[in-house]
Ligand binder design. Structure first.
Ligand code: DPP
Ligand code: ZN
Length: 869
């Protein structure tokens, strides 16, 4: 397999102005006829050949400007078709046969249950027909679909429905999308589906039909997504001035789907786990995920579809920006602080790990072998953080001016990340040259902090220095522009007024310093007492911070910082220090700490979801990222000891908090209720660990719950309590109750596979053999193998390597049927260098075993080969 480089980018020799597709869906196969109106690029030579991409296609016929082509006028390659003899304008008609029922990769056109659906991003369209399958080729699509009327009452594609009839048992429809788009945004759906409908009136009065299509049994799970869609549409008008641009917006739920969802123009296709919900089957967390993903895909209509990417190296142009947009939306709909904490948690556990591993890459990568491997936390979440820093630097209004200019200037174009930055620069008359390094340098910068207080001079000198570790292919990195939002806190807990030199030139707020050099000293004047420092408030930059603060200072910040994010961060740093002490056999929960926790639990003025975050221990993965060398079993044991100590010393407080938050109100997935439930169920989880009464209460909550949030929380609490008889009983009951609901069964699989109490290798093997498991369904693979390898770390890292072997076997099995999922599952095995030596060797051996397999997919090959370098 060969790498593709950004530096080799060239425009194609032809554009495709118009694309007309006809799909004839037959039982065994599908016939696809494509009429392509090709126009020679001005930069191309007359007579240039047309080079199209294609994969797993049977070519039936080729007609150029009305003339059937014969051998010599075209050539087919392994994954290509070359056509000669095009004029400046030519029409090419291509007929191919494809086999959707045999398509297990879930790219292109495939079957999921009784329906047909597509996934074309990034390079799936080439499995439908030969095409210029690249995002800079934007075309106006017309799509005809012909299928058996009885089986396929619903036939959908992008744009507006312009014809619909039944003729001799065949259902025939035509869809026309007036907006030109790249092929990766094409979609088709066929099935016997039910629809839930609503309407939305846009800011300029366009009446839009909203439709969610689902399989009949799921029609009672569509309300929330529909509501979230309307809120997203309104929010994008109010926040970005962006209006929807077709008369219809459709969402379809599909069970077999590699990703979370896909923003196809006017026809979003969703993994059913990211759209379907009702109170009995979905947890609060699932509701929030659905709200975020519905918004994300909707927001792509502007950031992605109207303005798209020139090439796949620009993927973060649409993904980073759109994640930033959906994060702000979620922050506005729920608690902004809690959302920030969740996002920082993902950065620190998953993205920093990626930055520190063999697949580290910049937000704008230089090369890839398989683009599917680059739908990463770096492209998405770090990309969003980088956009967020621009927002901090330019301020809310400046950022909006920049985004207005970007959308206006590039509407209908396929552009680069630098075009986005350029619009921000032009709209604000600032020079962001230095800032652009965030897009080109991989790795997590480390900021070191030194502060000196001079009581006589009433001055605080703060020296910040930055460095960024080497990553594959990159060393000697340059200083980056790091916005440091901060506060100085006095003994009374209040923020001191800030008067700093050099003054912050770039921002509307003096609370943000700009670290742009390898080392800088900032001097704060008029500081009349030794303050406590609160740095990187609101997680103002995706960096690691080296700063020694005493346990007393951290405890103070946990109680008094006016920045909610840093309250949480102070607590996490304290807990990390306890876990590290526990690893050395010297942890003790001090009475003053206990008292602070007790006060937090009883403080009704605080947002309960926030308290829940404050009292949640860092996950094992998070702890690992803060360890020099990772010893997963030691981390597990130490964390458990700290958790047990907290539970045991606050039994009364946890039970009281739990009782206080019991509610008789009917369940609703609304922020105030969700917030209360999150603390209630956290209290329950600790209470169960601290006393037998807690366990009895959890069983009782399980039995009486009328919603999945409480039912699942109780189940998890019982499973994690180690009370194996009760756990077995409830797990059995749960399966009985829900065996007909695939999404709930997936949760059931994942609770078990991800549990330290249950997730032993032999047990995982049993789950893989369970009738509820299905290797062809990505959600089930993630529910068992993903949960095992990412959460049940004490079993995955078993001393004899059996956990690694199990995962490697699964990767090899999926390599043939679904390479994208196989490569994704590999991630935990890429971390071998960070592990203690015994485990490191065992993990590496599994990678070597995979590497020896012949016929590795590009996806798996890329990850394994890079991991072994
Ligand atoms: N469907 C994926 C997303 O929305 C890829 N575009 O992020
Ligand atoms: Zn996206």
């Amino acid at each position: 397999p060969k790498a593709i480089y950004l530096k080799d980018y060239q425009q194609p020799d032809y554009w495709i102005e118009r694309t007309e597709l006809t799909f004839e869906l037959q039982d065994e196969y599908t016939l696809v006829t494509a009429q392509l109106d090709c126009v020679r690029n001005e930069q191309a030579q007359p007579g240039a050949a047309l080079l199209l991409a294609g994969q797993d296609l049977e070519l039936l016929s080729l007609v150029l400007d009305g003339q059937p082509l014969t051998a010599g006028q075209y050539e087919t390659g392994e994954e290509s078709l070359t056509v000669h003899g095009l004029q400046e304008r030519s029409q090419l008609e291509i007929q191919t046969r494809i086999y959707p029922a045999k398509n297990t990769a879930l790219e292109g056109l495939y079957r999921s249950g009784g329906m047909y659906c597509t996934q074309c991003e990034a390079e799936g369209f080439r499995r439908i027909t030969y095409y210029l399958d690249r995002p800079d080729v934007m075309s106006v699509f017309t799509t005809h679909i012909i299928a058996d009327a009885a089986q396929f009452p619903v036939l959908l594609s992008n744009g507006n429905l312009v014809a619909d009839c039944v003729d001799d048992g065949l259902h025939k429809v035509t869809w026309h999308d007036p907006h030109k788009k790249p092929a990766y945004l094409f979609a088709l759906v066929a099935g016997d589906l039910r629809v839930k409908e609503d309407r939305f009136t846009t800011m300029n009065g366009r009446d839009v039909a909203l439709k969610i299509f689902v399989e009949p049994q799921n029609i009672d799970k569509t309300d929330y997504a529909l509501d979230a869609l309307k809120r997203s549409m309104r929010w994008d008008e109010e926040t970005y001035g962006r209006e929807y641009d077709l008369d219809i917006f459709m969402i379809v739920a599909v069970d077999d789907f590699n990703m979370g969802a896909m923003e196809n123009k006017g026809l979003n296709i969703f993994n059913s786990s990211c759209v379907l919900a009702n109170p009995a089957t979905a947890t609060d967390a699932a509701y929030q995920r659905i709200e975020a993903i519905v918004a994300h895909e909707y927001f792509h209509n502007w950031s992605g579809n109207r303005v798209t990417c020139r090439d796949w190296f620009q993927l973060s142009l649409k993904e980073g920006f759109t994640v930033f947009r959906d994060a702000c939306f979620s922050a506005d709909m729920n608690s902004a602080t809690v959302k920030r904490i969740e996002d920082a948690n993902i950065m620190r556990t998953v993205q920093f790990a990626e930055d520190g591993g063999p697949m580290a890459h910049p937000v704008q990568p230089d090369s890839f072998i398989e683009i599917s491997n680059f739908y990463t936390v770096t492209i998405y979440e770090k990309g969003s953080e980088v956009v967020g820093m621009l927002h901090k630097i330019l301020g809310k209004d400046g950022f909006r001016k920049g985004s207005d200019l970007y959308f206006e200037r590039h509407d209908g174009q396929a552009v680069t990340i630098y075009d986005f930055v350029q619009a921000m620069e032009d709209a604000n008359h600032v020079d962001l040259t230095l800032f652009k390094r965030w897009y080109k340098q991989a790795g997590t910068p480390v900021v070191t902090v030194n502060s000196e207080y001079d009581a006589d001079a009433q001055q605080l000198r703060l020296t910040l220095s930055q460095r960024c570790p080497d990553t594959p292919g990159q060393s000697n990195k340059l200083a980056q522009w790091i916005p440091v939002q901060l506060g100085l806190i006095g003994a009374d807990g209040q923020d001191l007024a800030i008067d700093v030199e050099p003054a912050a030139a770039w921002t509307e707020s003096s609370q943000v310093l700009h670290l742009t050099e390898a080392e800088q000293t900032f001097v704060f004047n008029g500081i009349s007492e030794q303050p406590r420092l609160s740095l990187f408030r609101d997680f103002s930059a995706p960096v690691k911070v080296e700063f020694e603060q005493s346990a007393d200072d951290l405890l103070f910040l946990l109680q008094h910082d006016s920045d909610g994010f840093n309250r949480w961060d102070a607590g996490q740093r304290l807990m990390l220090s306890w876990i590290s002490a526990a690893q050395q056999g010297r942890f003790e929960l001090l009475p003053q700490v206990r008292d602070v926790f007790a006060r937090l639990l009883a403080d009704e003025s605080l947002d309960p979801a926030m308290v829940s975050c404050l009292l949640t221990l860092p996950s094992e993965a998070y702890i690992a990222e803060f360890s020099a060398q990772v010893d997963p079993l030691a981390i597990h044991a130490a964390r458990k000891q700290v958790q047990q100590a907290i539970a045991a010393s606050l039994v009364k407080e946890f039970s009281a908090c739990y009782q206080r938050l019991q509610s008789t109100a009917a369940y609703a997935p609304v922020p105030a209720q969700m917030s209360a439930r999150s603390l209630k169920n956290l209290a329950l989880a600790y209470w169960v660990k601290g006393s037998a009464d807690g366990l009895a209460q959890a069983v009782s909550q399980y039995r009486s719950a009328d919603n999945m949030t409480d039912q699942m929380a109780a189940l998890v609490a019982v499973v994690n309590s180690g009370a194996s008889a009760q756990a077995e009983q409830l797990l059995g009951d749960f399966y009985q109750q829900w065996s007909q609901d695939a999404l709930v069964v997936n949760q059931w699989l994942s609770v078990q596979a991800g549990s330290a109490e249950l997730g032993r290798v032999e047990f995982i093997q049993q789950l893989l053999a369970h009738p509820a498991f299905d290797w062809r369904n990505p959600n089930k693979v993630r529910s068992v193998l993903g949960a095992f390898a990412n959460q049940a770390l004490c079993h995955f890292h078993r001393e004899d390597g059996a956990g690694y072997r199990l995962l490697a076997d699964a990767v090899l099995r999926l390599n043939d049927s679904n390479p994208q999922i196989a490569a994704r599952l590999l991630t935990p095995l890429t971390k071998w260098r960070r592990l203690v030596p015994e485990l490191s060797e065992l993990m590496k051996a599994e990678l070597q075993r995979i590497m020896q397999h012949d016929a590795l997919s590009k996806d798996v090959y890329e990850v394994v080969s890079k991991s072994l370098i």
